[in-house]
Design a protein around this ligand. Structure first.
Ligand code: ADP
Ligand code: MG
Length: 497
């Protein structure tokens, strides 16, 4: 697919006066407006909107392909783009869990450590403490030892701050390790890294057991703790949300990357050989970032993919998750600036820097309610050195909205794909009763337009009587507590205290 090439006419660019506001944010006032900008760019925008369109048939086909890919991945390993990884989480938290447990959460951007004191059915979560750090950029391309040493040292500092938490004598601290990259689980407390995603290029981890990597780092530091559960972030979110609500069946992460998991009957997993009674259930991790069928993609998606460290992989993730939305929009804006003089005769140099425009910038711009789109103007200037007039700001907003709409709606279609797969097998178990989809991740939490587009797509795909039963709910910090709960459920000690 190519975007229409429009010849740039010579444009009168609005002259712009810059002033510093009292808050220190650079704001702009337009002196002259150029109406000719939109003449060159308008057909490009129209073409972009056409290429990104997600009308009902597109959504339906994505949902159906998601269901079909799930089945193929459950039938046999390697049978589908979706790995349908068995999580080994067969017992979900009940509320009876008691004691002190730790969680580590290695995301794509953030690293969190958490401890939680659980008090059983009556007291539930007595107290929690947590710390969050940005993962230092250099560690994303460091060696495996360096990355895991960093994790271990943060844990060590955190665990030493006693607070109100106490472990009974003779008991080691138990950790639920949330690891948000594709792992082939070999048991509840071990798993081999298949590959890094989300821009990570750490050497020496792929093919290794990530729990062993962490244990070795803890040994190097003399930390006497053990990992009781290795879980994916979606799995941890499902466990955390299920602790409060028995109707939770699906969990979806929309943060730096994206993933989803759900509760499946063991006898519906052909590749899981064995004799299981129908009631036995387990959580299956789709690794849905690798989904790719029927997605409406543009030249900007293809170029971004080709320039990425994992070309051809994680196409759904690259279309709908937070790491990439800003970059796709930057590429489209760059094209419009070069070929349609969107920002005047010269193309701002900074705009050519990959990933300079981030998804939180798109979301900040989309929250702008001022008449002259001041926030859009200052974000463009501060982030990319772009001087803009009202016309170009409007176009920038349209570009952001086009990609965010596509992303939110495709994520919604993916969710319906999961729900309909379970419904096909269990007739009424999903659409005939209240069913909760637990959502987490910075993108879902902080981008209101994204949330709205996602929910709209779900409502379009499901008939109204049933859509009332489907609750899409933000499960704040579910993954941290969820991992700690799974450490409790899978505790090495006979009895929880
Ligand atoms: P992680 O992916 O490391 O687990 P989060 O779930 O907190 O961490 O997600 C962080 C991602 O969420 C960021 O990479 C960014 O893409 C997205 N994000 C953060 N803040 C915002 C925001 N204000 N608006 C839109 N997206 C955001
Ligand atoms: Mg996360």
């Amino acid at each position: 697919m190519s975007v229409i090439m429009a010849t740039a006419t010579s444009l009168a660019v609005g002259s712009i006066r810059s002033r510093r506001s009292t808050s220190g944010v650079t704001r702009f006032k337009m002196a002259v407006r150029s109406s000719s900008i939109s003449v060159a760019v308008a057909p490009m925008l129209t073409k972009l909107q056409q290429d990104c369109a997600t009308p009902l048939p597109v959504l339906r086909s994505v949902a159906d392909s998601m269901s079909a890919d799930m089945r193929a991945g459950l039938a046999v390993d390697g049978g589908s783009d979706l790995k349908m990884i068995l999580s080994y989480v067969d017992s979900l938290p009940t509320g009876d869990e008691k004691g002190l447990f730790y969680a580590l959460d290695l995301g794509g951007t953030n690293f969190r450590v958490l401890k939680v004191q659980l008090g059983g059915k009556d007291e539930r979560v007595i107290s929690t403490e947590s710390e969050q750090l940005s993962i230092p950029q250099e560690l994303m391309s460091a060696t495996s030892e360096e990355l895991f040493d960093f994790i271990a040292s943060v844990l060590e500092n955190f665990a030493q701050k006693g607070g109100n938490f106490n472990l009974p004598p003779g008991r080691k601290g138990e950790i639920g390790f949330t690891f948000s990259f594709p792992v082939k689980q070999t048991s509840i407390d071990s798993g081999i890294l298949i590959k890094w995603t989300k821009g990570f290029a750490v050497s020496g981890t792929a093919g290794k057991d990530v729990v062993a990597c962490l244990n070795e780092a803890m040994d190097r530091k003399g930390i006497d703790m053990r990992v009781s559960a290795l879980v994916n972030d979606a799995v941890a979110t499902l466990a955390g949300a299920r602790y409060w609500d028995d109707d939770v069946m699906v969990a979806v992460i929309l943060g730096t990357g994206t993933n989803a998991c759900y509760v499946e009957r063991m006898d519906a997993i052909p590749k899981l050989q064995g004799d299981f009674s129908p009631s036995r259930r387990t959580i299956v991790n789709l690794e849905w970032g690798a989904f790719r069928k029927g997605l409406p993609l543009t030249v900007f998606d293809r170029d971004m993919d080709a320039a990425s460290i994992n070309p051809g992989e994680q196409i759904f993730e690259k279309t709908i998750s937070g790491m990439y939305l800003g970059e796709i929009a930057r590429r489209a804006l760059m094209y419009m600036a070069e070929e349609g003089s969107l920002f005047g005769k010269s193309v701002p140099e900074k705009l050519s820097l990959p990933f300079v425009l981030r998804t939180p910038d798109l979301s900040a711009m989309q929250q702008d309610t001022t008449d002259d789109l001041q926030t859009v103007g200052s974000v463009l200037y501060d982030v990319a050195g772009v001087e803009s007039d009202l016309n170009s700001r409007k176009i920038v907003l349209e570009v952001c909205n086009t990609f965010v709409k596509r992303a939110g709606r495709l994520a919604g279609a993916g969710i319906v794909g999961i729900l309909q797969k379970i419904e096909e097998d269990t007739k009424g178990a999903i659409f005939g009763k209240r069913t909760v989809v637990a959502m987490d991740g910075g993108l879902y939490e902080r981008y209101s337009q994204y949330r709205r587009y996602l929910k709209e797509a779900v409502a379009e795909l499901i008939v109204p009587e049933t859509s009332r039963n489907i609750v899409i709910e933000h499960s704040k910090d579910g993954s941290g507590i969820g991992a700690a709960l799974l450490a409790a459920t899978n505790s090495k000690y006979e009895r929880n205290l």
